[in-house]
Design a protein around this ligand. Structure first.
Ligand SMILES: [Zn+2]
Ligand SMILES: [Zn+2]
Length: 177
């Protein structure tokens, strides 16, 4: 599935995308009180091991993620940075007592990945519910939007990719969702 998502990102972002070797479960980010994993801690870890030659570095995990102020997050990205993390935990239909559906899961992962990559490229949330940059608070939000940017976000994204290909590596701030 990660390979298919990588191809989707390549097609949408016009940059080469490779899937790195699998890493261990991020135990260092586990919060015993919440029984979830702190996405901010994972993001810091990713920033520390992000390869030099990449525009963006996206962690994909099965574990459930949170930020201290929210019950959960689907993903977290450094605004205008290079690292992001997404969780498949709440993208699985099984999480909502539905039957497993790999196609639906893949669509949701594509949307969540593109959304966080949008943040890496400096895009903020979009008011268009069909745009991939619409903020997903609930899974229904993810299902309504398309795995693509609206014309406005698309133009900005393409422009940002073009400029970031030559000027990257600057530090950004955190955004959630
Ligand atoms: Zn948009
Ligand atoms: Zn967001």
């Amino acid at each position: 599935m990660l390979d298919r998502i990588a191809r989707h990102i390549e097609m949408r972002c016009s940059v080469a995308c490779r899937v790195s070797a699998k890493t261990d479960i991020p135990e260092y980010a586990y919060d015993e009180r919440r029984c979830q994993y702190n996405s901010t801690t994972i993001l810091k870890h990713l920033i520390g091991c992000c390869p030099d030659d990449v525009l963006g570095y996206l962690g994909v995990t099965h574990v459930d993620l949170f930020v201290p102020i929210l019950k959960y997050v689907f993903g977290l990205a450094e605004m205008e940075g290079r690292c992001a993390v997404i969780s498949m935990c709440r993208l699985r239909p099984e999480f909502y007592d539905r039957s497993p559906d790999l196609n639906l899961l893949e669509e949701r992962v594509k949307k969540t990945a593109l959304h966080e990559l949008g943040h890496l490229l400096g895009l903020t949330h979009c008011k268009n519910r069909r745009c991939v940059m619409y903020s997903s608070v609930r899974i229904e939000d993810t299902d309504i939007k398309r795995a693509d940017f609206c014309p406005t976000c698309s133009e900005l994204f393409t422009w940002r990719v073009d400029t970031c290909v030559t000027v990257h590596g600057f530090k950004g701030s955190e955004v959630q969702g």
